[in-house]
Design a protein around this ligand. Structure first.
Ligand code: AMP
Length: 211
């Protein structure tokens, strides 16, 4: 089984790396951030609740987030495993997840703060299919338009400077302790994420093959 978690600060590349790695292992990429953004686009009740927190760069409450993931991992496409990206983000979320499933491995993507801020301020995403771009290192071929689906490529509200700082602070306080939590379980694998995507993907794939 490949029931995996990617953790790391915003801008470490969790979404980008997961998008490369998941097809190789034929497992779904489950991003709670993408699920919330989809709910917001659709205007659902969940989306309305999540938006209040997300716009400020704060965490959506654990009850809402845990329920969402618990339900998602029961879907048929998760039978061989999954990559959770952006979940768990708090110790209570990690504990709730442990009650549901056995996690096989946790990849921690690490990068220095200056690089994270630079990557986040230049990050763009497709509003339709979620593909991640970077204005400096990986821009869409046509400005503002997704290469894959033609959707609008936009800057997330929480990728603006104030929200970024707040999110990185929350990461240090709430999410970084999760690395210790999984280290104690002997499940943590650290990867240097301050490199090119191809190099990071190569290392992550090698780790997952051994899990
Ligand atoms: P992300 O795309 O992973 O950066 O997530 C964007 C935003 O969605 C976060 O800043 C939170 O407001 C919310 N969010 C995503 N995942 C979680 C989670 N596991 N717990 C609480 N809030 C979350």
């Amino acid at each position: 089984m490949k029931r995996l978690i990617f953790i790391g600060p915003q801008g470490a590349g969790k979404g980008t790396i997961a998008a490369h790695v998941c097809p190789k292992f034929e497992i779904p990429h489950i991003s709670t951030g993408d699920m919330f953004r989809e709910a917001i686009e659709k205007g659902t009740e969940l989306g309305k609740k999540a938006k209040e927190y997300m716009d400020k760069g704060e965490l959506v409450p654990d009850e809402i987030t845990v329920q969402l993931v618990k339900e998602r991992i029961t879907h048929k496409d998760c039978y061989a495993g999954f990559v959770l990206d952006g979940f768990p983000r708090t110790i209570p979320q990690a504990e709730a997840l442990d009650k549901e499933v056995d996690i096989d491995g946790v990849i921690l993507l690490e990068a220095p703060e200056e690089l994270l801020i630079e990557r986040l301020t230049t990050r763009r995403q497709c509003r339709n299919c979620g593909k991640i771009y970077n204005l400096k290192t990986n821009p869409p071929k046509e400005e503002g338009k997704c290469d894959i689906c033609g959707g609008e490529v936009y800057q997330r509200d929480d990728d603006k400077e104030e929200a970024i700082k707040r999110r990185l602070e929350i990461y240090k306080k709430e999410t970084a302790p999760i690395a210790d939590y999984y280290e104690k379980q002997g499940k943590l694998h650290k990867v240097d994420a301050a490199r090119d995507v191809d190099e990071i993907v190569k290392d992550v794939v090698a780790i997952i093959e051994k899990i």
